[in-house]
Write a protein that binds this ligand. Structure first.
Ligand code: ZN
Length: 493
């Protein structure tokens, strides 16, 4: 008995003497918040924005940052873990490789975003969600909820930064030799430093607990790691993240060899957010409310992807109920299945089904079909937009006359339906896009892939430049969605 007590005391002595040495041991968790005091933390700007409530660290009040200054450590490679809970509308974040700063948003280091439902303050519209490596790799979708604890882990190893939410990898970023940064973001680069928590605004209330850090060895496998993308593409994509342009491929199918795992891995590496589309309709495996719900629950729930319904056939609004459809973040359809004037059903992408005797009559009928779909179906996005069958594709610019373009774009604007820019088919052409933009139509980017060969939205990136697309031109799932309003309008017809 006596011997055991002595051993216990000896262990305690060793434990405490370890804590007091300024150098933390590698690969050992060290608590940064003891649950009873803010010892070791230093607030800047508004001290009152940080306090303790029920052993939790609360960020709530006017803008302020709380810097960890509890030891002499200069954290370079590390893993940080914290449990976080947001109240509705809250915004916060965890900075790393940062340094104490009297005022303003910390200039040095990176911020990992905490935001499940905050939509911005004043004029500023905030789209970056939980887990984003702020303005470097933005996420526009979150599966974490307000009023629920989630775990956030940030790891830096050499040039590699990873962010995990509830142990799911959200960001996997390798900082290139010359990272693209806006003028006010020049210090948003890897170095070493401390951590800071953010109080964003008086409406934001966020709780933290179990904040702990583990130092990792100075030398890692990622010290000279090469970015996942080539320099030109990496720069173009990084620039879009810097300026907050929502880079999303909202037409991704889990087809061929593309599994959700693979899609998530691709998305993390190329910095493009994905919307996974489920083909749903009469002639498809997903053809009832129940199958819809089960499919989403089993395959897409709790992953950082948007959930899209690709509505197939014209009878989908009768097959599925508005309640079932509303579990999707957005709904799109196309006009590739088409009945000609004689009532023959053609799939426009199947050459053997396409028989066109009069091009102009065909184009008029196609235009009317598209207009009718936009007018009568409660969709958010018109996909594979303006697609022509192979036999007509070379005459695209002539067949889509000014008059036909006006009809389509007028209808998109009138019904608040977004226009998909297709990376696969390289349509619509710039003239069409510019006309729609001038009428206030929103856009999506989509690949409509058949396998894991997703590309990197090359045509869409070109169109951003050529048509001067900005954030306000882009359709944001959830935010720009008015599916309910549309179905109600349909029901009262
Ligand atoms: Zn599709």
């Amino acid at each position: 008995m006596k011997k055991l007590e002595l051993t216990a005391i000896a262990l305690l002595v060793i434990f405490f003497s370890n804590c007091q040495t300024s150098n933390q041991k590698e690969d050992q968790w060290n608590t940064l918040f003891d649950g009873t005091s803010l010892d070791g933390w230093q607030a800047a700007e508004n001290e009152g924005s940080f306090y303790i409530e029920d052993s939790l660290l609360v960020c709530h009040g006017p803008r302020a940052h709380l810097f960890y200054q509890g030891n002499e450590e200069n954290y370079k490679n590390f893993e940080l873990s914290a449990d976080v809970m947001t109240k509705p509308g809250a915004n916060s974040g965890i900075y790393f490789h940062t340094a104490f700063q009297e005022k303003g948003w910390p200039a040095k280091g990176y911020e990992v975003q905490v935001n499940n439902s905050h939509k911005g303050t004043h004029e500023y519209r905030e789209l970056k969600k939980t887990g984003s490596l702020y303005a470097v790799r933005n996420l526009y979708n979150t599966f974490t909820n307000d009023n629920e604890w989630f775990n956030l882990k940030i790891k830096v190893e050499g040039k590699r930064v990873t962010v995990q939410v509830n142990d799911q990898m959200m960001v996997d970023y390798i900082e290139p030799a010359n990272p693209v940064r806006n003028d006010n973001q020049q210090e948003r680069i890897l170095s070493s430093g401390t951590f800071a928590l953010q109080s964003h605004d008086p409406e934001s209330k966020v709780y933290y607990k179990n904040i702990k850090v583990k130092k990792l060895p100075d030398n890692t496998d990622y010290d000279n790691a090469e970015p996942y993308l080539d320099e030109e593409l990496n720069s173009a994509i990084s620039h879009l993240h810097n300026i907050g342009f929502p880079l999303m491929d909202l037409h991704v199918h889990l087809k061929g060899d593309l599994t959700l795992e693979k899609a998530l891995d691709l998305s993390r590496k190329n910095g493009i957010n994905y919307g996974i589309a489920i083909n749903s309709g009469l002639d498809f495996p997903i053809n009832t409310d129940e199958k819809l719900r089960n499919h989403i629950q089993e395959n897409l729930e709790d992953h950082p992807v948007f959930k899209a319904m690709q509505a197939e056939g014209r009878e989908w609004t009768e097959i599925f109920s508005p309640e079932a459809i509303s579990v999707f973040d957005y709904v799109f359809t196309d006009a590739m299945t088409f009945n000609d004037l004689q009532g023959n059903r053609m799939h426009l992408w199947m050459p053997e089904e396409v028989h066109i005797t009069n091009k102009q009559l065909f184009m008029d009928a196609l235009t009317d079909t598209i207009v009718n779909i936009i007018k009568t179906e409660p969709i958010d996005v018109y996909a594979n937009a303006t697609y022509l069958p192979d036999t007509l594709a070379s005459e695209y610019n002539e067949l889509w006359t000014q008059e036909r373009m006006e009809k389509i774009t007028d209808e998109l604007a009138a019904h608040n339906v977004a226009f998909e820019i297709s990376a696969r088919y390289k349509i619509p052409n710039p003239a069409f896009i510019k006309m729609a933009k001038a009428k206030g139509v929103k856009f999506t980017f989509g690949t409509n892939n058949t396998d894991s060969n997703l590309g990197n939205l090359a045509y869409c990136l070109e169109m951003i430049e050529e048509c001067k697309l900005v954030t306000e031109d882009m359709f944001i799932p959830e935010e720009n969605r008015d599916f309910r309003k549309k179905t109600e309008a349909m029901a009262t017809k």
